[in-house]
Design a protein around this ligand. Structure first.
Ligand SMILES: C[S@@+](CC[C@H](N)C(=O)[O-])C[C@H]1O[C@@H](n2cnc3c(N)ncnc32)[C@H](O)[C@@H]1O
Length: 197
């Protein structure tokens, strides 16, 4: 139990709390900046019931391991690599939001709106789904930072499965909206999420 108050736990848990807090608060305020206060709801904080359960599981794993296997949490080069992934993923995600601007909505558009233009410049020239790519790196990075082996694997699988389902759904509508323009774009630019075409 005392391990939970060790300098290792204090540092790793505070990094985790700052990472989570920064991600959600910045996500919300950036959405407000892009779309205007009246067009954004608290859903843009991106905090769902499943997400809370996942984060509680990761804290539970951390607590069990720091109590019974404290040595596991001392691999600082791995933890620092996770921190690097958190920062890198966060940057990719926010660059995507700024680049796409109004086109970046937290809810997938299913009806074409006049002002919706296909974004293919900037980071969208490298990957088609930089927002999802950034979130994938960020979320797995949080678990590597905590040196949580089980949740690292579980987050990678669950987040990957979520995007592997969401990307074809989102692209079904993008193909309807932009037709050949999207087809050509999808042929030449990778999705940005591993093993998703
Ligand atoms: C949460 S945003 C995610 C955007 C993108 N999938 C990403 O990961 O950066 C979802 C919205 O972005 C729109 N969108 C996705 N790719 C787009 C693109 N290349 N150009 C314009 N709109 C796009 C979709 O229509 C959807 O309503």
């Amino acid at each position: 139990m005392t391990e939970l108050f060790s300098s290792t736990a204090c540092r790793q848990l505070s990094q985790f709390i700052v990472a989570i807090g920064f991600f959600h608060v910045s996500e919300y305020f950036l959405a407000v900046y892009i779309h205007g206060r009246s067009n954004v709801t608290l859903k843009s904080l991106l905090i769902s019931k499943n997400y809370i359960v996942a984060m509680i599981c990761s804290l539970l794993e951390y607590w069990l391991e720091i109590t019974f296997l404290p040595g596991l949490k001392e691999y600082w080069w791995i933890s620092n690599s996770g921190l690097g992934m958190v920062v890198f993923g966060e940057i990719i995600r926010k660059v995507a939001m700024v680049t796409a601007g109004h086109a970046f909505t937290h809810l997938i558009k299913v009806h074409h709106e006049e002002q919706h233009r296909l974004v293919t410049h900037g980071i969208y020239g490298f990957v088609r789904h930089p927002g999802y790519c950034g979130f994938f790196i960020w979320s797995v990075g949080t678990q590597i930072m905590l040196l949580n082996p089980i949740c690292t694997l579980a987050f990678a699988v669950v987040v990957w499965k979520f995007f592997a389902g969401r990307i074809p759904y989102e692209e079904f509508f993008l193909r309807q909206f932009f037709d050949d323009e999207y087809e050509e774009y999808a042929q030449s630019v990778p999705s940005g999420v591993p093993f998703v075409k």
